[in-house]
Ligand binder design. Structure first.
Ligand code: FES
Length: 138
């Protein structure tokens, strides 16, 4: 075992109470919103790209929801900076579970992956791969 589960829970709570990179981004290259229809919790992600058009320079978010969904968005906003759009598209729920560091029930997994799904759909829309107005966890 590495860090204790308590420590991860503390970290989640800290990100929930003091979200990093919180706020709308005026000059975002990509922005997209998503909702967990089970509870109505929402997250909107904003991505600013570097000059090469494929590297993430900065990520911010706004949202309203449970501790797991909002902490996950906050942690993800830090994680994604400097990464390529391609590598972000390749992320899966295991990456998010690892990032959060806690075991989650299927119900809570939906909270955890909302931000990731929003960003991935945002990138897919940006790349012209899909056309949707809003992401859902379904
Ligand atoms: Fe709504 Fe977690 S309870 S996203």
């Amino acid at each position: 075992m590495g860090l204790g589960a308590d420590m991860y829970r503390q970290q989640i709570l800290d990100h929930y109470k003091n979200p990093r990179n919180y706020g709308e981004l005026e000059d975002a290259d990509i922005e997209h919103v998503g909702e967990n229809p089970m509870c109505g919790d929402t997250i909107k992600m904003f991505v600013k790209l570097a000059d090469d058009g494929v590297t993430i320079e900065y990520v911010s978010f706004v949202g309203d929801g449970c501790a797991i969904s909002q902490a996950s968005a906050s942690m993800l906003s830090k994680e994604l900076q400097g990464r390529s759009l391609e590598s972000v598209e390749a992320m899966d729920r295991d990456d998010i579970v690892e990032m959060l560091g806690v075991e989650l029930s299927p119900m809570r997994i939906k909270c955890a992956v909302l931000a990731e799904k929003v960003v991935q759909d945002a990138i897919a829309i940006h790349n012209g791969e899909i056309e949707i107005d809003e992401t859902t966890t379904e």
